[in-house]
Ligand binder design. Sequence first.
Ligand SMILES: NC(=O)c1ccc[n+]([C@@H]2O[C@H](COP(=O)([O-])OP(=O)(O)OC[C@H]3O[C@@H](n4cnc5c(N)ncnc54)[C@H](OP(=O)(O)O)[C@@H]3O)[C@@H](O)[C@H]2O)c1
Length: 246
Amino acid sequence: MHHVPERIVLVTGASRGIGADVASKLADPDTHVIVNYREKAKRAEDIAAAIRNAGGRASTIGADISDEADATALMATIEARFGRLDALVLNASGGLEMGADPGYAMRLNRDAQRRLAQMALPLMPVDGRIVFVTSHQAHFFPNKAVPKGYSAVAASKRAGETALYAMRAAFSRAGVRLTVVSGDMIDGTIIVRLLQRRDPDAVAARRTHGTLPTVHEFSAAIVSAVTMPSPPGIVYVGGADYLVTA
Ligand SMILES: NC(=O)c1ccc[n+]([C@@H]2O[C@H](COP(=O)([O-])OP(=O)(O)OC[C@H]3O[C@@H](n4cnc5c(N)ncnc54)[C@H](OP(=O)(O)O)[C@@H]3O)[C@@H](O)[C@H]2O)c1
């Protein structure tokens, strides 16, 4: 008989970077990790294969989550295959890409996050988890300066976080827990390399506050929000100076 694992987890944007590391860390025989990607099918398949090689269970589903039809098909596939979703990790994000239209950041970082949470909720059991991944630059927006070129992304991710908070009553009625995991700039990532090119002083300024967190540290915090009993509502990774002067 087809074995349905105990926990079904969807990680959006898991074909690279932090999402890929989160997916890999979730590898476990009793967890099925759904590795979502937008374009990079091969990379996503490699992540899923690595999870299976480590004794876990995983599959990939391509979907541009900013596209309503794609997002709907993603959730319909999960419902048809598994009948439920235990955790939704809202990791995929964007807007810094060259040539992205001005509305794209809001469609992806706010509208798509809210829509996925709404569609996931009826599939989630009591103690289901929704984890929203964000940056300090977005979480504290507009109260703190952001690197040049990052304000549209910061504003849209902040709006996404606020949209999820507005759904808190529905989450709590369903017994679903929302955790926001906010990180300082994460060392070695593509985003920090892009910001470094556009505003080297802003990146240098963050480094004066201490060593930037690693992908491993940030993704471990995200995984904990999925797996630990009674996770907190918010988790901060790095950037202690943000917290004392907020
Ligand atoms: N990097 C940092 O310094 C930092 C710091 C704090 C917080 N964060 C947060 O951590 C999260 C991950 O960041 P990252 O640095 O790992 O990002 P990244 O390297 O840019 O990776 C983004 C991932 O999201 C996917 N994606 C992009 N647009 C998508 C869409 N429309 N639909 C579905 N998937 C989409 C990409 O898939 P494809 O490859 O297929 O396009 C990729 O897998 C984000 O929420 C970010 O705000 C990052």
